[in-house]
Design a protein around this ligand. Structure first.
Ligand code: SF4
Length: 552
């Protein structure tokens, strides 16, 4: 049993209690809440808010919600208040949180592994149309996000989601968030290993489990047995990446401590090879280390990446083996091989291992709607077996398509403006939620990203290089700007007339996969939203004209 503030004596790792305030690590006896978030988590487990939503808040309305639930514990069930419409980005940092709060919510539905059936997709589409004014964005962590949700409707939405096996549990909050998985797990011809059984067991062990519902901060998980490295494993708190061990065969290489936002860090390898049936144990070990040793004093130091940076991979592995795996030594293993493809998104038509095909297609910057998702379900049923996937690039895939139905499916998708043959710009552009709904946003992103795609397609019709252009509405990293070829961080900038307008700080040359690294912040280089197409056109033309052989 784990140590908790309520039951510190139950500590698995028995350490001498430090007299210093330290970093707020439970494992060394620092149970006194050191900030407001730790206090409200200690006062009541976030999972318990569900009962209050069902029995009080949904019946008595928005004004009945306890502020610690409204801006804290409701996240444990995927709910955030959305931004009040009409408040410009200049006010984001000035106003109090309650002044930014709308009376409507964003609701995040977790889609672990990006795996959906058409039955589930239809329910997602129906909820979107009945309760969310048609909204249903595909996020870059394979989730679906609604907006305009009323607290009164939440229990009914949960009933409908749960009737088809979907959930919003710990979709947000200081919890195990959605587990990213390869969207072509079990079907890709080139797969090293199908991670699905491990992912299912990991979910079974930690979701809705109070042993893991009070973590220092969010905990991001990825697992994939695809040689394409298709789950952005480098930027998750823990990741399992498919590799072939020269003696033991297919299994997983373990990575820990990746994360973006402020102080971005790439994950580090533990150098350990884990067979699939031991992955859940190692997963529970890593998440438990985070719970017990993670820093809780300062919110901006509370992600696992800071502990990993301080300990290093060797000590982390040692603690994992000694204290959480009962002294069992992990087997040393190889690193993943670099994939030959630069696109890792499964867009286009690809043969499956069973001879059928999967078709990956591109909405614009993840923006779809309930009506469109229902039509995607129709297409998936008419052409495939009813299996659909979401990807970490805000894209989607329909599985199990017979060869003679591929063309008709591709045409049907085109008619919905969901192309399986996207330009590099449509394919490689992502945008976070931005000022339309996000309380932290300074600038608009989704619409801007969509317009940018149109403009670049018009100006550079022959550009067919892999390129990633990621737009964030604020200095956070929801759209992964630090690892994009062109990362755009939303902020207010001065235009030629000296007026403050929406714009972006530019980061260039970030990447994952082939040569991972963070983009360089180009000192002083800020562009207004209006200048954005001109600026990117110039960068890309210059890249084409001056690049060396093979340069990305
Ligand atoms: Fe909101 Fe900022 Fe995240 Fe965009 S990057 S969704 S603006 S917090």
């Amino acid at each position: 049993m784990a140590a908790t503030p309520e039951n510190p004596a139950a500590s698995a790792p028995r350490r001498k209690v430090s007299r210093h305030r330290g970093e707020g690590q439970w494992a060394v006896g620092h149970f006194t809440p050191l900030n407001g978030n730790e206090q409200f988590k200690k006062d009541d487990d976030g999972l318990n808010v569900r009962t209050r939503i069902e029995t009080i808040y949904s019946k008595r309305g928005f004004d009945s919600i306890d502020p610690n639930d409204l801006r804290g514990r409701m996240r444990w069930w995927g709910l955030y208040t959305q931004r009040k419409p009409g408040i410009d980005g200049g006010k984001t940092a000035i106003l109090e949180p309650e002044e930014l709060d709308d009376r409507y919510f964003m609701l995040r539905v977790r889609v672990d592994g990006g795996a959906l059936t058409t039955r589930q997709l239809r329910v997602i589409g129906e909820i979107s149309q009945e309760f969310a004014r048609g909204t249903a964005d595909i996020t870059d962590r394979q989730n679906v996000q609604y907006h305009w949700i009323r607290i009164e409707d939440v229990p009914e939405i949960w009933d409908r989601l749960e009737s088809v096996g979907l959930s919003t549990v710990t979709a947000c909050g200081d919890t195990p968030r959605v587990m990213i998985g390869s969207p072509v797990a079990g079907i890709a011809e080139d797969e090293i290993i199908d991670a699905t059984p491990a992912l299912e067991e990991m979910k079974r062990r930690v979701l809705n489990n109070k042993a893991y519902s009070n973590l220092p901060r969010k905990f991001k998980t990825a697992i994939s047995g695809s040689p394409l490295l298709d789950v952005v494993h480098e930027i998750n708190d823990v990741a399992f990446v498919g590799v072939r061990h020269p003696e033991h065969g297919p299994g997983f290489d373990v990575w820990v401590g990746g994360g973006l936002s402020t102080n971005p860090k790439l994950g580090v390898r533990l150098g350990a090879w884990v067979p699939i049936d031991e992955v859940p144990d190692v997963y529970e070990g890593v998440i438990s280390i985070f719970r017990d040793y993670g820093y809780r004093r300062l919110r901006n130091r509370a992600r696992l990446k800071f502990l990993v940076a301080d300990w290093g991979a060797e000590k982390f592995r040692q603690v994992l083996e000694d204290e959480y795996l009962g002294g069992r030594k992990l087997i040393d293993g190889p690193a993943p091989e670099q994939p030959v493809q630069q696109w890792r998104d499964h867009i286009g038509v690809h043969r499956q291992k069973d001879g059928r095909f999967y078709v990956g297609f591109a909405p614009r910057v993840g923006r779809v709607d309930g009506a469109t998702l229902t039509k995607v379900a129709d297409l998936a049923e008419a052409h495939g077996s009813g299996r659909v996937r979401t990807t970490v690039e805000q894209k989607m895939i329909i599985l199990d398509v017979a060869e003679d139905k591929v063309d008709s499916l591709v045409e049907g998708l085109e008619a919905l403006d969901l192309t399986a043959r996207p330009s590099s710009f449509r394919r490689g552009t992502m945008a976070c939620t931005g000022i339309e709904f996000c309380k932290l946003a300074i600038v608009e992103t989704k619409q801007r990203g969509s317009q940018l795609i149109d403009e670049l397609e018009r100006r550079l019709p022959d550009f067919d290089e892999p390129i990633t252009i990621n737009l964030n509405g604020c200095p956070n990293a929801c759209a992964r700007i630090q690892v994009a070829d062109i990362g755009l961080k939303g902020q207010l900038v001065l235009n030629d007339q000296g007026e403050q307008v929406e714009g972006y700080q530019v980061h260039l040359g970030g990447a994952l996969g082939l040569e991972p690294g963070f983009g360089r912040k180009v000192r002083g280089l800020k562009v207004t939203s209006e200048e954005l197409p001109d600026y990117i056109e110039r960068v890309l033309k210059r890249f084409q004209a001056e690049r060396e052989d093979g340069e990305r």
